[in-house]
Design a protein around this ligand. Sequence first.
Ligand code: DX5
Ligand code: ZN
Length: 218
Amino acid sequence: MVKIAPSILSADFAKLGEEVKKLHNGGADIIHIDVMDGHYVPNITIGPMVVRAIRGYTDLPFDVHLMMDNPLDFVDAYIQAGASSITVHAEVLPHLHRALHYIKSVGAKAAVALNPSTPLNVIEYVMEDLDMVLIMTVNPGFGGQKFIPAMMEKIRKLADIRNKSGLSFPIQVDGGIGPDNIKHIVQAGADIIVAGSAVFKSDDVGAAIRAMKKEALQ
Ligand code: DX5
Ligand code: ZN
């Protein structure tokens, strides 16, 4: 069954706690938290103290997506703030294997994100160390962008490589996803869907989440 991980990047930042509670009550499976440092991506968003501030509004897992140049400097702070899973970008880590093991050593699930132009082979020798792979289907930095169609084949390829290797890490797909394309993305192999604008542009986030789950099953 596909899991929906709404991104709070598209939430009303003036009332983030209430927005998280709406996601909890609306049937979200995971809360996707987009952290941006203004260097790695041209936007600045959510620090550890904000994560701590919203932690008490739900017991859902906090999936923290670190779009930053020096993610390892902040892994501990986000975990202490309530993150249960940390996603780092392969593109900024020359020592990816060490980074993933560090994240696990401090008690979080370790995931890697790949930008649209990054080939799958960068994770070839760390696949067994991964708790999740995030396939970016937009260029990181903003919500509300269009899904990049070429990523469909990348999702299929990753699912095929994973299955042939006898591994079972979930494939998370992030960017430009809504009720009109979720079915094909899930059929291509996505297990967890991140959606920001598709969820928050509706005035009923629960209905938006339910609609996406229903479409995914068609
Ligand atoms: C983009 C973020 C995504 C984004 C998704 O850098 O990683 O999680 O918030 O937003 P939508 O669903 O609106 O594309
Ligand atoms: Zn994200």
